[in-house]
Unconditional design. Structure first.
Length: 605
């Protein structure tokens, strides 16, 4: 404990040194004495139901204040710098910074569906809001058919080139800009580091006029929106690229709510408000132009403890990636901080090798799941989160609530070791069998802990002899796709959350050797997934994906253990924030936030 206290003290000194210049320049906005006071701030933790984190009611916030500086972090800047801002060169970690400058064709529609709207989708995940919860940005709308997608460009969107007139003049965004950027992503020579998924569904991209762009498709791809506007897809001004300046943060020009102000390697990246940003938000029935704050500061802090210390001292207004142990400490030591859950949209799973005996028998796999106390594993390892996010989480296409599963699938979640032992006996395994779990320790991911507890419970409740194989990182990665012949086919791994099953390599026969580490192959699943892939109508496709969801659970190629929740923490002077992320990838929603300068001063900061 003394060591930790000493480290926190050193962290405070480091953070102060890094951010002193930025914080010293913070503008203070005067507030008239007659102005309505902001209503009482509600701690989102008190209104969030962890079983359904996407239902939160936003309290009234009063009239927005403009000006000031917002200093925040999504998560530690592990690289210690912002990286290359060109989205065709780098996604992580530059993609966590350039979102506020370089927009994608879509973003989460927080005003309509989020906490401030209907509450149907809370945007508590750090990536991948399904299309039905999104709206266009510089693209106003789109029309989707089986052979093309037509994009209608929003009028009044401008490349904000103020202060960079030597590169280009401020001008309106057009369909030709859309075509230029997408063709860059399609050019293999430009993708030195982006790692885009295959875009073979795109035949061509053309501009009909200044206001309309068309993607001709080789076949319909239901995840088109994620491929061109997910991890990737930020648009940069063509003039910047043509001048050879796209790798320079000081030259980056976009259409987003902020513009790059100053890049200080090893210290911070600052952004200034874009005064001609097109988008608005509605608060208490009144429409306001965005953004509210004049300045963003993104410090480069590598260490998690240093980030927590910066939050505690008020150096950070907002920190969006707090792990459960630190959450408990912050609640105890800084009870004035507000917080909300944050989802990473990935689940812990154990793959069961479906191509090798005895796990090639679906009833043996079902017995392993029925005879495993999933709640006990969750409570002992993940602790805080959602235990039911496999194979896709709530809000994603195809998710079926636990209570709506068919009885034979629902029983997989009802711990019954007696029935499981009988199932094993019926399968000719009355004495159980031997099983090996490959485990790898990973920071903040309880893979090793889950493997240890699962092994103990299976031995105790089912009489299965389990041996754990502890491996290093390179060995783990090399064995993910194919375990040695003498290993009875099971590994523990964490997996990225899926949007839907139409391209689910975890389950498809064609995914064996790529993502399907369970070697699961079912012609019924493959045929159903193919139908879903070709279904343009989202309602019809949703119904097919629900069938896939039930099939994926019922055949037990994987056993899922739930999704850990991180958390966003912020100070009460940051108004109109409820833990939302932008719904695309990696960045908090900061356009609609403002600083209550009076409250901040009253709190001594």
């Amino acid at each position: 404990m003394k060591g930790r206290i000493l480290w926190c003290g050193l962290s405070l000194l480091l953070v102060a040194a890094l951010l002193l210049a930025s914080c010293a320049e913070e503008e203070v906005v005067d507030v008239d004495e007659d102005e309505d006071e902001v209503d009482e701030v509600v701690d989102v933790d008190e209104v969030v139901d962890e079983d359904d984190v996407d239902v939160v009611v936003a309290p009234p916030v009063g009239e927005p204040q403009r000006g000031g500086t917002l200093t925040y972090m999504c998560w530690p800047c592990f690289a210690g710098e912002a990286g290359n801002p060109d989205p065709c060169i780098e996604t992580w970690n530059a993609g966590t910074f350039n979102n506020v400058v370089l927009e994608r064709p879509r973003r989460g529609d927080l005003d309509k569906y989020g906490v401030r709207g209907t509450g149907e989708y809370g945007f508590f995940a750090d990536k991948h809001a399904p299309l039905k919860w999104c709206k266009g940005t510089f693209v106003e709308s789109w029309d989707v058919t089986s052979d093309e997608i037509v994009f209608h460009i929003r009028p009044g969107v401008y490349w904000a080139a103020m202060g960079r007139e030597d590169i280009m003049e401020t001008r309106e965004y057009t369909a030709h800009d859309f075509v230029f950027n997408l063709n860059r992503y399609l050019d293999p020579d430009s993708l030195t580091g982006a790692g885009l998924r295959a875009l073979d569904w795109i035949e061509s991209v053309t501009a009909i006029d200044d206001d309309t762009a068309v993607i001709k498709t080789n076949f319909f791809h239901p995840e088109w929106y994620w491929q061109i506007a997910g991890y990737h897809g930020q648009h940069v001004a063509p003039e910047v690229v043509e001048a050879g300046l796209s790798e320079d943060w000081d030259s980056i020009i976009g259409t987003g709510p902020f513009m790059v102000e100053e890049y200080s390697p090893g210290i911070s990246l600052t952004f200034a408000r874009n005064p001609i940003y097109y988008d608005t938000t509605t608060i208490d029935g009144i429409e306001y132009s965005l953004p509210f704050v004049d300045r963003l500061v993104r410090p480069f802090v590598v260490d998690i403890a240093t980030s927590i210390a910066a939050l505690r001292t008020g150096t950070l207004d907002l920190y969006g990636w707090v792990h459960p142990p630190d959450q408990d400490d912050l609640h105890r030591v800084n009870p004035e901080l507000l917080s909300a859950p944050m989802r990473g949209l990935w689940s812990m799973v154990i793959p069961l090798r479906c191509d090798r005996p005895p796990l090639d028998d679906v009833n043996v796999r079902r017995a392993l799941m029925i005879g495993l106390d999933l709640d006990a594993v969750f409570e002992a390892t993940i602790v805080r989160g959602d235990p039911y996010t496999y194979p896709v989480p709530a809000g994603a296409e195809g998710h079926v609530p636990l209570e709506e599963l068919p009885p034979d699938v629902r029983e997989l979640y009802e711990f019954n070791p007696e029935k499981a032992r009988q199932m094993l006996a019926d399968a000719g395994l009355p004495e159980g069998f031997k099983l090996e779990i490959m485990v790898l320790a990973a920071p903040a991911i309880p893979r090793e802990e889950i493997g240890t507890i699962v092994a103990s419970l299976w031995e105790e409740d089912l009489g299965i002899e389990v041996e754990q194989l502890a491996v290093d990182g390179p060995t783990y990665n090399s064995l993910l796709m194919d375990t040695p012949a003498d290993v009875i086919g099971m590994q523990l791994l964490d997996s990225a959350g899926l949007s839907h099953f139409t391209y689910a390599t975890f389950f498809s026969t064609e995914g064996i050797g790529i993502g399907n580490v369970a070697h699961y192959s079912n012609p019924v699943f493959d045929e159903l997934a193919a139908r879903a892939r070709g279904t343009v109508d989202p309602v019809e496709r949703e119904a097919l994906c629900k069938e896939l969801f039930i099939k994926a659970i019922g055949d037990v190629p994987y056993i899922g253990f739930g999704e850990p929740f991180y958390a966003s923490f912020w100070w009460p002077w940051l108004i109109n924030f409820y833990g939302e992320w932008e719904g695309l990838a990696w960045d908090l929603e900061v356009r609609t936030l403002w600083i209550d300068q009076d409250l901040k001063a009253e709190m001594g900061y």
